[in-house]
Design a binder for this molecule. Structure first.
Ligand code: SER
Length: 349
């Protein structure tokens, strides 16, 4: 992991990652440890895999909604930065909308409140990173989605899913808490609330892990099935198009963004993505690199409706301009410079 951009700015002494056992958590954990971040604490419902345990200073087992546990974590650790990743993804949330609201909104707002309180008590801000999503956008008409081209951060905030509603709510509540405390008549030198920062992630493609419960999962699923030599039935139409990026680019973007001086930022929420292939274009590339891959299409209407409501492309120019967002992998390089070398290194080839 190249952390040059982050090294240029600053390196946190103490980090808390919630949902650390998930896909993004896995990548972040390794990146922080590789970069020599002081101390990494984690909070997850499940025990971290044995491979993660040596990377973590304090691993807390529990629910983000457990206020006394979260208070204990802030009380025992002098946290500089929170990476609040714990959430139910979009397909999982549609099956349990009340639970999704409770975890994704109530749990997240609880984390924001406790981080704000901890920052005030010690008189120093806490950076709070929140991964938002393309799911905050919503199109009701597929033609309109395609005509709209690359969508910027300010428009089409009509999420179709509970997950998208949850992400949009927390984007706004986090920004509210950050601004509210700035408005309390404190000069910026005295500011000690949260420095709230969001990225709206597209679908993410990891060589190392596989997503569960998301609706952008069709691309990573078809890829991992091909690598395992298994057939894959794709749950969306071949012409379905949404933005994606690789996990290393998502991790690098997160660290670059959270390492950027606050004066450079013009938004609390930025789009990030690297390419926008159709499902068929992805399938063709998988077949090209793994000729025995067997990919067929069999649409699940509910999941198709979700991805049809998400933009085909997002405009990342604000992230490029403000903090130098520049993903390394386009779709072809995702295979040639990331997936294939990773699996070759695993098999000792
Ligand atoms: N990858 C997420 C999902 O599919 C969207 O951000 O739920």
């Amino acid at each position: 992991m190249d952390l040059t951009s982050r090294d240029r700015f600053k390196r946190p002494e103490q980090v808390l990652i919630t949902g650390a056992g998930g896909e993004v958590g896995h990548g972040l954990l390794h990146a922080f440890v590789d970069s020599g971040a002081g101390q990494v604490s984690t909070l997850d419902l499940a025990e971290l895999p044995a491979t993660h345990a040596p990377l973590v200073s304090n691993s807390y087992l529990g629910d983000i909604r457990d206020e006394s546990l979260v208070a204990e974590i802030f009380g025992r650790n002098d946290i500089d930065e929170v990476y609040h990743l714990a959430a139910l993804l979009s397909s999982a949330a549609e099956h349990a909308p009340a639970v999704a609201y409770d975890v994704n909104v109530t749990g997240s707002v609880g984390m924001i409140r406790q981080a704000t309180q901890a920052a005030e008590e010690r008189g120093r801000p806490i950076l709070f990173f929140f991964p938002s999503s393309i799911a905050v956008y919503g199109f009701s008409d597929h033609g309109h989605k395609i005509e709209s081209g690359a969508v910027d951060e300010r428009v089409f905030h009509h999420p179709r899913t509970m997950y998208g509603c949850n992400k949009l709510a927390v984007e706004n509540i986090g920004r509210y808490y950050a601004l509210y405390h700035r408005r309390q008549g404190k000069k910026s030198a005295e500011f000690s609330g949260i420095d709230f920062r969001c990225l709206r992630f597209p679908g993410l493609i990891s060589a190392v892990t596989q997503p569960t419960g998301g609706t952008s999962d069709f691309v990573p699923e078809m890829l991992h099935a091909a690598i395992r030599g298994e057939p894959y039935e794709c749950f969306v139409r071949p012409d379905t198009r949404i933005p994606f990026m690789t996990m290393p680019d998502a991790i690098e973007a997160t660290l670059q963004y959270t390492g950027a001086p606050v004066e450079q930022l013009t938004k609390s929420c930025y789009n990030v993505a690297a390419f926008s292939p159709s499902a068929e274009e992805c399938a063709e590339l998988v077949r090209h690199h793994y000729p025995s891959a067997k990919i067929t299409f069999n649409v699940t209407p509910e999941r198709q409706a979700i991805v049809d409501s998400w933009p085909a492309k997002v405009d990342c120019s604000a992230a490029e301009r403000d903090w130098g967002f520049s993903p390394k992998h386009d779709l072809e390089k995702t295979f040639t410079e990331y997936i294939i070398p990773y699996f070759e290194s695993q098999s000792g080839a």
